[in-house]
Design a protein around this ligand. Structure first.
Ligand SMILES: *Cc1c(COP(=O)(O)O)cnc(C)c1O
Length: 358
């Protein structure tokens, strides 16, 4: 039985994408070679990466001012790479502290510049998005935000009004909704939540962010300029993750792009939050206005109920629902590729659980 996979990452991929990818593993388009065996410098792969870039540009409304790069090392490596590329010693940057991932980004950036943490929701275990950006220093080169906090289940529903470019960790909600692209100087995302398999990270970099005046040593593999100059082919890139990401981007385009994707995501989130709010045995953990449409956290009153529901959900084929240890309870990750039918199965299981206990 195909499971309803609520894993926070690596996450569910579209069934049609998996089918096409599995064919490509055996024989890529009649070449007699597996996608895993083709040259990263041959025409087949160059076509794939070019299509991935052009789909990204089309879906997000990018223009000639943007580079689309593919790096390795995960979003976690961007925490230091972005700071290393955007800051000289003595430069200032502002960061919003909205959870575990934001904290890691802050910690790494501190090695490269003066980092000002302008707000934080730590006081309430990161259960809301702080919205006061008045403390952003005028000379900050950028403001770093995390658009969706995968662990705590909060998501920015409005964007900060600041003079400087946003640098955004969009790992868990990229391509889930339209964004005002003009606000962003840099966007990065590990692929394994909303885009593809683990192993590749997408970096969208606006040209005016690229610095030619860095004073510290930059190893070529950590320098955005290398990725720009070599079209992300300086060394052997993760061919298969880029290929599957490209297939997912095609899938999003065929659905109608990011507006359509957002409608579907809103319908799925409303369905689940509706049940959490109506069901006497469950409650949400975050501020209503900051609820994530990607990672939905909810809890019960006590451990007995929690364990019983975990068993019922598992029996219904709903897996990987355990909340992160810092929140507890349950977390349903309902990324782009999770069908609404899977959310419905979870909701039905919650309803039945309440009836049984009622
Ligand atoms: C998963 C995640 C990361 C870490 O991604 P890796 O690719 O595993 O390094 C960083 N930020 C956010 C918001 C995430 O959800």
């Amino acid at each position: 039985m195909k499971k309803h996979n609520f894993n926070p990452g690596p996450a569910v991929l579209p069934a049609s994408v998996l089918q096409e990818a599995s064919k490509a593993i055996l024989d890529y388009q009649g070449t007699g070679l597996s996608i895993l065996e083709i040259s990263h410098r041959g025409k087949e792969f160059v076509d794939i990466i070019e299509e991935a870039i052009s789909l990204t540009k089309e879906l997000l409304g990018l223009n000639e001012d943007h580079h689309v790069l593919f790096t390795t090392g995960g979003a976690s490596s961007q925490f230091f790479m972005l700071a290393q590329n955007l800051l000289n010693a003595g430069d200032t940057a502002a960061f919003a502290d909205t959870g575990t991932w934001a904290n890691k980004a802050i910690k790494e950036a501190k090695a490269y510049g003066n980092i000002k943490v302008v707000n934080s929701s730590k006081d309430k275990n990161y259960s809301y998005i702080p919205k006061d950006f008045s403390g952003v220093p005028a000379d900050a080169r950028f403001l770093h935000v995390t658009s969706n906090n995968t662990i705590f289940g909060t998501q920015m529903q409005t964007w900060p009004e600041v003079a400087m470019p946003l640098v955004c960790d969009m790992s868990s909600d990229i391509f889930s909704r339209p964004i005002p692209i003009e606000k962003f100087g840099l966007i990065y995302a590990g692929a394994q939540k909303n885009l593809g398999p683990a192993g590749v990270t997408m970096v969208i970099l606006r040209k005016d962010m690229v610095r030619t005046d860095l004073t510290h040593h930059m190893p070529p593999m950590l320098d955005y300029k290398t990725f720009i100059a070599e079209n992300s082919l300086y060394n052997t890139p993760p061919v298969f993750p880029i290929y599957v990401s490209m297939l997912t981007l095609r899938w999003i385009k065929n659905l109608g792009g990011l507006e359509a994707m957002e409608k579907i995501n809103t319908a799925k989130a409303n369905l689940l939050y509706g049940e959490i709010d109506a069901n006497p045995l469950f409650k949400g953990t975050v501020a209503l206005e900051d609820r994530s449409k990607m990672n939905i956290c909810f809890v019960t009153d006590n451990e007995v109920l929690e364990n019983e529901f975990a068993t019922d959900a598992k029996n219904a084929g709903c897996i990987n629902l355990k909340g992160h240890r810092s929140v507890g309870g349950f977390r349903a990750s309902i990324y782009n590729a999770l069908p609404i039918e899977s959310v419905q199965v979870l909701v039905d299981t919650m309803k039945e659980f309440a009836r049984k206990k009622g």
